[in-house]
Design a protein around this ligand. Structure first.
Ligand SMILES: Nc1ncnc2c1ncn2[C@@H]1O[C@H](COP(=O)(O)OP(=O)(O)OP(=O)(O)O)[C@@H](O)[C@H]1O
Length: 305
């Protein structure tokens, strides 16, 4: 059984709102795939449809060749962390996991194992109601791991985790992928995925914008500029513009596109203009992501478009 998630022409409408619109992509085992999109772009809706919790308006989604809904003892096939708050606060962590294990034909002894794995063994008998968001995220991850499934889905799992927690989650995801599992992780922040994912699926307003490796995605952001700091900003700006560059000036700082750093340096030296700093800068992954999704952001600057 190849634990692939296959999504084809998937669409979900809620009344007049189209949450997901004709999405087609595949998530493969053996790597961590990041599912990126601005707030409200349809990530959670897609994850819910993968799990059969929402019924598609159109299109199909299968896990290992079958709709997930058709699988009894689901936690053994797909483990998921959707909403860390969606747990009974009056129960202990242990009791919560026991109930899940019982409903999915998982041996009770597995509960202690996953609690140790996520670092919650010491608080196993404490009420979940008193847990911090980070502890709830760890408990959600424990639930996902309970059935030792080949496919794992995580919706915004880094929310509420401290830097040590973030590192732990990243290492865990890598290990799960290295074991040959399919690991699909959503986030609205490229900075979170940059050091977590090997593969990216990017959506905006429910539509697919990119499905490629992180390396290929990075190549989108290779637009370079040269940053210059000089007390002779006006003179250098005029010279560079005359050479065909586009120059943005802000006090002593120039941002130059259209000429490389060597040429900028030569021009400054030729005219004996002092330069305090000169560096080539590459647009970051975050900028590539923002550029790609710029016209697909539903809520920007507090205004609804
Ligand atoms: N049950 C629902 N009823 C009506 N509209 C919904 C429902 N669930 C989601 N939506 C709408 O569908 C769109 C996509 O929402 P979704 O929660 O899937 O996005 P998201 O990418 O997960 O966002 P976020 O990063 O904010 O969690 C939004 O416009 C949302 O308001």
């Amino acid at each position: 059984m190849n634990p692939v998630i296959d999504i084809s022409e998937l669409t979900k409408r809620y009344g007049g709102t189209t949450a997901v619109n004709g999405l087609t992509f595949t998530v493969h085992p053996g790597r961590v795939t990041g599912f990126l999109g601005p707030n409200g772009s349809g990530k959670s809706t897609t994850l819910r449809m993968i799990l059969g919790l929402d019924r598609p308006t159109g299109g199909t989604v299968t896990v290992a060749g079958r709709p997930f809904r058709d699988r009894p003892r689901g936690l053994r096939h797909v483990g998921a962390l959707l909403d860390a708050h969606d747990v009974h606060g009056g129960r202990s962590a242990e009791a919560h996991l026991w109930a899940l294990a019982r409903g999915n034909g998982i041996p009770r002894g597995r509960v202690g194992e996953v609690l140790r794995e996520v670092g919650l063994a010491d608080v196993a008998r404490r009420r979940i109601g008193g847990f911090s968001l980070g502890m709830r995220q760890r408990l959600g991850i424990a639930s996902a791991l309970l059935g030792d499934p080949p496919v794992l889905l995580f919706d915004e799992p880094l929310n509420g985790l401290d830097p040590e927690g973030v590192k732990w989650v990243r290492d865990l995801f890598r290990r799960l992928a290295a074991e040959g599992r399919t690991v699909f992780v959503s986030s609205h922040l490229m900075s979170e995925m940059e050091h977590t994912a090997d593969q990216l699926v990017v959506i905006g307003r429910g539509e697919l914008l990119a499905a490629e490796s992180l390396v290929d995605f990075s190549a989108r952001g290779t637009r370079r500029h040269v940053a210059v700091t000089t007390p002779a900003a006006t003179a250098l700006r005029d010279l560079l513009t005359a050479e065909g560059a586009t120059v943005h000036a802000e006090g002593e700082r120039l941002t130059v596109t259209g000429l490389d750093a060597v040429r900028v340096s030569e021009i400054a030296r030729l005219h004996a203009l002092p330069v305090h700093e000169l560096a080539t800068r590459t647009a970051s992954l975050e900028e590539a992501f923002m550029e790609l999704t710029a016209d697909r952001v539903q809520f920007s600057g507090g205004e609804t478009r």
